[in-house]
Design a protein around this ligand. Structure first.
Ligand SMILES: Cc1ncc(COP(=O)(O)O)c(C=O)c1O
Length: 393
């Protein structure tokens, strides 16, 4: 309030402007910049920012200082040059992919990926982008799927929900030789256990809703890559409009402060649960890369420094799945993952129900498959709950 004496202003003006000068102070916690626009210093400053001649804060659909802390921290942890946060993991995936491809282009995607990502890729056909779904855990399939116009290879490793791995370095080498980029969804591992850029990937994407935030109380996503790619992605994202709220960025930044200790405990608890399930006669297979008999345990040791908190397992009898899930007390029947609470779900009827059944079965997402996000409760209590539920079927 500089143009007039506020004491002589009317009630409405004072209700909006009285006391609005922010005091200089250096908070220890990150402040939440809960604002849509930012004040320009003067007309020339506004024109430079809006004209793209200078970078700075204009409007929170673009840059926001709270969100920038999240972005810079993730770029650092993933070993990328820059990052851009989005309102959800899916907003991050769609912004990253739409930045890279145009009509007539081709994508190679792993056949086992999160259900909505699969659905997005199927929908890309409408825009003239063709996606080949192959099993990227075998490099030969990736090599064979290349054709003129292949722009990118997309996969999750471990894959949701079958926990199979793909070799980041081998796929990146093959893709780069053919002029394509590699995008990896690193949600399951987080940069604490796996840094795909270090192994050759170009772009890393996360659903920050999961381990990064860790407390199941917000939705968010992030893309990490080169400064040039993130600049282009900001252009795409500005117009699509999937900006994250500053408050959600703040929650994720707060969650990330304990990422390392949480991931260690998730890993420890998941290993205990996986070993318990392996011995149970109502369980026909346990899919956890930390187990020495996981078919890609050696690859896991090469490209991951831990195995994470996600465990999938197959019950002997698909008919027993609903009764098993309904008998759990401590493990919460819900989608999502990476929270302090143990979450359990049935991919065939829940997260991956969008994948047609014959394809799902072919991809290994069987009706008997159950996916467990092992939380931070005491491992013995999680195991006791699973045991009593298995006893009931
Ligand atoms: C591996 C993976 N990627 C992406 C997503 C999408 O994230 P969001 O729900 O934050 O949009 C999910 C959601 O479950 C996921 O499991």
């Amino acid at each position: 309030m500089v143009f007039m004496d506020l004491k002589r202003a009317g009630f409405s003006t004072r209700a909006i402007h009285a006391g609005d000068k922010i005091q200089e102070a250096e908070p220890v916690a990150i402040p939440i910049y809960q604002t849509a626009p930012f004040r320009f210093k003067d007309a020339a400053h506004g024109a430079r920012l809006m004209g793209g001649k200078e970078e700075g804060y204009v409007y929170s659909r673009g840059l926001n200082p709270t969100t920038e802390v999240f972005e810079k921290r993730m770029a650092d942890l993933e070993g990328g040059e820059a990052a851009m946060a989005q309102a959800s993991g899916m907003a991050a995936i769609s912004a990253a992919v739409l930045t890279e491809v145009k009509s007539g282009d081709h994508i190679i995607a792993d056949e086992v990926i999160y259900g909505s990502t699969y659905d997005l890729f199927v929908d890309l056909k409408k825009f003239g982008v063709d996606v080949s779904f192959v099993d990227t855990s075998d490099i030969v399939n990736v090599e064979n799927a290349f054709r003129p116009g292949t722009r990118l290879v997309f996969f999750e490793t471990p894959a949701n929900p079958t926990m199979k791995l793909s070799d980041i370095k081998a796929i990146s080498d093959v893709a780069h030789e053919r002029g394509a980029k590699v995008f990896i969804d690193n949600t399951f591992m987080t940069p604490y256990f796996q840094q795909p850029i270090m192994h050759g990937a170009d772009v890393v994407i996360h659903s920050a809703t999961k381990y990064l935030n860790g407390h199941g109380d917000t939705i968010g996503g992030i893309i990490v890559g080169t400064s040039e790619f993130i600049k282009q992605a900001r252009h795409t994202a500005k117009n699509i409009g999937g900006a994250i709220s500053p408050f959600n960025s703040w929650l994720i930044v707060r969650g990330m402060k304990t990422l390392a200790v949480r991931m260690d405990r998730h890993n420890e608890n998941a290993m205990a649960v996986a070993k318990y399930l392996q011995r149970h006669d109502k369980v026909s297979a346990v899919l956890y890369p930390g187990l020495w008999d996981h078919p890609q345990h050696d690859l896991a040791k090469e490209q991951m420094s831990g195995y994470g908190g996600m465990v999938a397992f197959l019950l002997r009898d698909a008919e027993g799945v609903p009764a098993f899930l309904n008998s759990l007390h401590l493990c919460t029947l819900a989608v999502s993952l990476g929270d302090v609470e143990t979450l359990i779900q049935h991919p065939a009827t829940m997260t991956h129900s969008v994948v047609p059944r014959e394809k799902r079965i072919k991809y290994g997402i069987a009706d008997e498959l159950v996916r467990l996000s092992v939380g931070l409760e005491d491992a013995d209590d999680i195991i006791s709950d699973i045991e009593q539920a298995l006893d009931s079927i």
